[in-house]
Design a protein around this ligand. Structure first.
Ligand SMILES: [Zn+2]
Length: 447
């Protein structure tokens, strides 16, 4: 009896030690040209097998068989790519021109209506991951977690929670936290890190003491959180570089023609240090480049896509706020900044920073459904960036910047099945990304 029990136990051990059967292939994308995100030549007649949430295998028609029972999605005539990332979005805003009014009127709907609508709009535009840089703490985390748990559809969000800065502007205390001394800086970072943010966002760090900036960056790094810094002013960049910020945002310096030489020298000093990893920069140029175009060709402002999941009253309010954009103080300097962008963008590139696709989407006239493809288009057709570099700046590199490149960011076996497909040749006509035909996130098809 005892011996039999022992045999049974041993048999049980043997059985449980068998390798798990590979999960069944649920979907297959077959036929399209695959740009996998690694930078090599596109793979013609590709086959991508998806098992549940993951990519199981990648190959070519005739070499990689599609198992029976899998749903076959033909990608013939299409470009297949990793799901896009937008590294600078604001889900708490959706294009309204008056921030003061927006906060007052809609703050209590951010978590229930506005942020979910923004995240879903991003997803419908092929953006499967987005970095949300500045929002109320609990609401940001709650919306991110509801998406991750599959309760609501939306781009996977990497959230910063509140801006960390010298002093919140009046009536923005819910999402801007001031820092009074280095200890307070560490305490604020501890609080948002304990709450579960993915990244720390600094702004106005030129108004903080250097000790405060350093405390914020060090505490964030101690907790494994990358630090992103607003960089509209030269001193914001200098302080950020001195403190060890990982990623800078915007192509700033107002209407100044170029970054000053001392700043460029600091950037080159930083990019020369291999052991520190890449220095990331999200130039967010499309809003500035396209302002005059949209002012004069406002048809896109009527596109129902950006209105999806927003209550009619909110849509009407946004439209009204954008009736006379040429009179808005927000855009006063935009036209004058536009001609300086190419020089600054090129300076950063030539200094060796790794530029990332990000848009500031949510700002006036910049809807979550339209910003990301426009940024890619601005890089390729406006700045002369080759399409592969632009696409990798929206796929592979963002996943590296957020330290999740082992999990997502490329179309390769073992990664999350975040994949888009677009009819036509995206490598030749980048603006095709404005109409994404297939959107798959974590193996589930949304479009
Ligand atoms: Zn922003």
């Amino acid at each position: 009896m005892k011996a039999r029990l022992l045999v049974a136990v041993l048999l049980g051990l043997v059985i449980s030690a068998q390798p798990a059967r590979p999960p069944a292939i649920t979907r297959a994308l077959v036929g399209g040209t695959l740009v996998d995100g690694f930078g090599g030549p596109p793979i013609q007649n590709s086959v991508v097998l998806i098992a549940g949430e993951k990519i199981a295998a990648v190959g070519r028609v005739g070499q990689l068989a599609v198992p029976q029972g899998a749903e076959v999605i033909s990608t013939e005539g299409m470009t297949v790519l990793p799901g896009l990332w937008d590294m600078h979005v604001h889900t708490m805003i959706v294009g309204h021109a008056d921030y003061g009014h927006w906060d007052k009127a809609y703050f209590n709907q951010f978590e229930s209506v506005i942020m979910p609508a923004a995240a879903k709009q991003l997803l419908s535009a092929g953006v499967t991951s987005a970095r949300d840089l500045g929002g109320p703490l609990e609401q940001s985390i709650a919306v991110r977690d509801r998406i991750n748990a599959g309760k609501i559809p939306g781009a996977t969000l990497f959230v910063s929670g509140p801006f960390i800065q010298h002093e919140p502007y009046p009536n923005t205390e819910a999402y801007r936290w001031g820092v009074k001394g280095p200890d307070d800086g560490r305490a604020k970072v501890k609080k948002i890190a304990d709450a579960g943010v993915d990244v720390v966002k600094l702004i106005d760090q030129d108004q903080m003491t250097m000790e405060e900036v350093q405390a914020v960056v060090d505490e964030a790094h101690r907790r494994g959180k990358p630090v992103v810094a607003h960089s509209h002013r030269p001193e914001e960049i200098r302080r950020g570089l001195l403190a060890g910020v990982d990623c800078f945002e915007h192509t700033g310096l107002a209407t100044a023609p170029a970054y000053p030489e001392d700043v460029m020298a600091m950037i080159r000093e930083r990019t020369a240090k291999m052991s520190l990893g890449p220095l990331f920069w999200t130039p967010t140029i499309e809003g500035l480049l396209n302002y005059e175009y949209l002012r004069d060709n406002p048809e896109a402002l009527d596109d129902p896509a950006w209105q999806a999941d927003l209550p009619a009253g909110v849509v009407a309010d946004i439209k009204k706020s954008l009736e006379n954009v040429d009179r808005l103080p927000y855009f006063q300097l935009t036209a004058a900044r536009r001609p300086t962008l190419a020089t600054k963008f090129k300076q950063l590139r030539e200094a060796g920073v790794v530029q990332l696709i990000g848009t500031d989407s949510g700002i006036p006239m910049n809807f979550h459904t339209h910003s990301t493809w426009r940024e890619l288009d601005a890089w390729v057709t406006g700045m002369g960036v080759d399409p592969m570099t632009a696409i990798r700046a929206a796929t592979y590199w963002p996943s590296v910047a957020m330290k999740v490149d082992a999990k997502v960011g490329t179309v390769s076996a073992g990664k999350d099945a975040d994949i888009i497909a677009v009819r036509g040749d995206v490598m030749r006509y980048i603006a095709l990304l404005q109409r994404v035909d297939v959107v798959i996130k974590r193996g589930a098809r949304y479009k």
